[in-house]
Design a protein around this ligand. Structure first.
Ligand SMILES: Nc1nc2c(ncn2[C@@H]2O[C@H](COP(=O)(O)OP(=O)(O)OP(=O)(O)O)[C@@H](O)[C@H]2O)c(=O)[nH]1
Ligand SMILES: C[S@@+](CC[C@H](N)C(=O)[O-])C[C@H]1O[C@@H](n2cnc3c(N)ncnc32)[C@H](O)[C@@H]1O
Ligand code: SF4
Ligand code: SF4
Length: 656
């Protein structure tokens, strides 16, 4: 047990880091704590370790605490600095977000700096800040300034994984703080598709961040930039080649990531686009694609098109694990150490470091009182010279060491991820929300298809079986006897049909009322440049402002859906309709002359869904765009009307 120390050390957190400018090697040699000179937290960037210090570090054996039973040395720490995010990427977060931990359970900045320094003292040379979205943490820049100062203790890389939305505003300060690498998530190069995949706007801001990094690199900032692109079949797989082509002129590394299952992200095998498939797509266009040698601990397999400035990588978590050379540990925002991304085993470092503070979050005052940072230096001393000088760090390191020793050879010992039957949360999400097979009735509309034939033959067999069964007849006559009305039952596959295949409006009396929401989209493709030119200049047409009239048309269309679609229920109590109409610049292919992208979300509280309303809204808006622009372009095509997402009701959450 550690006891609370009576002695108070009044030095500032920033002071401690400042003090080590002379000290990292000095302290280790002398075992003493130097007297600091107070300076503000945002003082100048500390110098990187000297070649001598580097040599000393690599000469000493790697920390036993961070070495697992497979002899993997963990010198890379990923810290989640927030659970919050300003996007809602389809593959990562549900639209409504996730339930956030109460603030006092999350690590404070002094706690993050303290744990970082402890790990660096043990040989961690790379720290990546991630999340959630790390840039939404209010004090992200001061936090990076403090972590950046650990460079003098051996930290070589300070990296960020970010969605890039607000990076451009903070980038300069971060680079000054010691930022060395940015992995930026961008899954599409199409602004409209961006809105679909992230459920938010922000494409331009992300591009601004990328441009700013490239600009800074031109003048020698040396920021390693990687673009992370999660590939989902049917969603952005058609953009693989445009992403590869980003590297023609720009020195960026695009990494294509296999879509992985996480709690609540509606993963299914069908949406996963594998590394082999991606390679095949790229090789078809660029047969000269070459493999590049990877670094030992890289998560990605790197390739290059000869002559291109940039390169590409593939992160193959689903099809080829890279656990053999894993050097990563993670700390979650609430202070748990996770030794494997896919392991459920977690140990709370927060609870141990707060124990002496009566379980309360450690702010700067408490940090000083508890002399935590001071003792990390002792821990650094421990790893350099092998002598044990501090009980507190010993206890924390023992706990870390024990967790690291329990790390499995791969994927938390569960084998290939797609076979993970024992991941309860994932399993629940996958089973409850996705089709195991495509319902056969969807094939039945393709005349002559083998599935259609099979479906019809199965249906007629089951109908015959049903009509010949005594129970079925008894049921029917019972229904007729008691109701004196037409049958109200629905075909289980196609509810707008009765079991005898006549059309009816589905009975919803017994369905519970729930909150429901549906989002749909469609496009209007221009056939010449005139509409795009006019709208870009902010000019409407002689009929008025195309954007707002189309939005209003969409809203009115949603309300009139039952008048247009015969079997739709009237009066379903729409509670909200949002329609967005956006101009997309010409970008080749189908959208050679530009287009209007329309998206609509309809919500209601009721017994039946609002997907028809959402698609009607999108179509109504599109027709209005056509009507208002037809004087300059009669060849416009309205297309791609589709449901993107649906919430509520028996089928729960469905995402395209
Ligand atoms: N299996 C596995 N995949 C990981 C791990 N860390 C990251 N990934 C995958 O890599 C993707 C990108 O993660 P990033 O945050 O950019 O980090 P990184 O790839 O470790 O970054 P580098 O430091 O550039 O190697 C994630 O979406 C995951 O798919 C890990 O520890 N295990
Ligand atoms: C969870 S995010 C956190 C950092 C930051 N918000 C961002 O988006 O870059 C870290 C990385 O995980 C990736 N990721 C999230 N969900 C994923 C999934 N289901 N499959 C594969 N990668 C995923 C993201 O694309 C991103 O590159
Ligand atoms: S991938 Fe990153 S940006 Fe997207 S929702 Fe997840 S945390 Fe947010
Ligand atoms: S799955 Fe676990 S063991 Fe494998 S690379 Fe990722 S963190 Fe390391």
């Amino acid at each position: 047990m550690l006891c609370r120390r009576p002695a108070f050390n009044r030095r500032l957190l920033s002071v401690r880091w400042q003090s080590t400018a002379t000290s990292s090697s000095t302290v280790r040699a002398s075992g003493g704590v130097p007297t600091p000179t107070p300076t503000p937290a945002s003082a100048e960037i500390p110098p990187p370790p000297t070649p001598r210090l580097n040599a000393l570090r690599s000469a000493k054996p790697f920390s036993e605490f961070l070495t697992d039973t497979f002899n993997r040395q963990h010198d890379y720490l990923r810290i989640s600095v927030t659970e919050r995010c300003n996007l809602r990427c389809l593959y990562c977060m549900p639209e409504e977000g996730i339930e956030l931990s109460p603030q006092p359970r999350l690590l404070t900045s002094p706690e993050i700096v303290y744990l970082s320094s402890l790990f660096v003292s043990q040989g961690v040379t790379k720290i990546r800040l991630t999340g959630g979205e790390p840039t939404v943490r209010k004090d992200i820049v001061p936090l990076m300034q403090d972590i950046g100062k650990l460079r003098r203790d051996g930290l070589r890389e300070l990296c960020l994984t970010t969605n890039g939305i607000s990076l451009h505003r903070k980038l300069d300060a971060m680079v000054e703080a010691g930022l060395t690498g940015v992995n930026l998530s961008l899954d599409t190069l199409d602004p409209f598709q961006y809105q679909i995949m992230t459920r938010r706007k922000g494409f331009e801001a992300v591009m601004k961040s990328i441009d700013r990094i490239l600009e800074m690199n031109k003048v020698g900032a040396g920021i390693k930039l990687k673009i992370n692109c999660v590939v989902m079949r049917g969603m952005n797989d058609r953009e693989i080649i445009p992403f590869v082509e980003l590297g023609r002129e720009k020195p960026v590394e695009v990494r294509f990531i296999e879509y992985m299952p996480f709690d609540g992200n509606k993963w299914n095998q069908g949406k996963m686009f594998s590394y082999q498939e991606m390679l095949a797509v790229i090789r078809e266009k660029y047969p000269s694609l070459e493999k590049v040698t990877d670094h030992k601990n890289d998560t990605s397999k790197t390739y290059k098109v000869p002559g291109f400035q940039g390169q590409m990588g593939f992160i193959t978590s689903m099809t080829h694990n890279f656990c053999g050379t894993c050097n990563r540990l993670r700390i979650t925002s609430d202070g748990n150490l996770k030794v494997c991304l896919f392991g459920n085993a977690e140990v709370s470092l927060r609870d141990i470091i707060r124990r002496e503070n009566d379980g309360q979050p450690i702010d700067e005052d408490a940090l000083r009182e508890l002399r935590l940072l001071e003792t990390v230096q002792s821990a650094a001393h421990l790893s350099d010279e092998g002598g044990l000088v501090n009980e507190r760090e010993r206890e924390i390191l023992d706990i870390i060491g024990a967790a690291v020793k329990r790390k499995k050879a791969k994927h938390a010992g569960m084998g290939q991820l797609e076979n993970m039957k024992n991941r309860p949360m994932i399993l629940i999400a996958v089973l409850s929300s996705t089709w195991k097979t495509v319902p056969p009735h969807l094939f039945s509309s393709i005349p002559g298809s083998s599935q259609a034939r099979l479906y019809h033959s199965q249906r007629s067999q089951s109908n015959n079986a049903a009509s010949s069964s005594e129970e079925k007849n008894a049921e029917r006559s019972e229904e007729n006897k008691t109701s004196h009305s037409l049958p109200t039952a629905s075909d289980p596959d196609l509810p707008h049909l009765t079991p005898s295949q006549t059309v009816h409006m589905t009975q919803i009396t017994k369905k519970p009322e729930t909150s429901r929401k549906a989002t749909a989209a469609c496009e209007v493709l221009f056939s010449n440049l005139r509409p795009w030119e006019l709208l870009r200049k902010g000019q409407g047409t002689h009929k008025g402002d195309v954007f707002s009239v189309a939005r209003i048309a969409g809203i009115m269309a949603a309300k009139r859906t039952p008048d247009l679609v015969p079997l739709c229920h009237p009066g379903i109590g729409i509670t909200g309709v949002e329609v967005s109409v956006d101009l997309v610049e010409p970008r080749g292919g189908e959208s050679e002359y530009g287009s209007m992208q329309i998206m609509s979300t309809v919500s209601c509280f009721g017994r039946t869904g609002v997907e028809m309303e959402a698609m009607t809204a999108a179509t109504g808006a599109a027709l209005t765009v056509y009507d208002m622009l037809k004087a300059v372009d009669k060849g416009m095509i309205i297309g791609g009307v589709r449901l993107l997402e649906k919430h509520g009701g028996k089928s729960g959450h469905w995402v395209r």
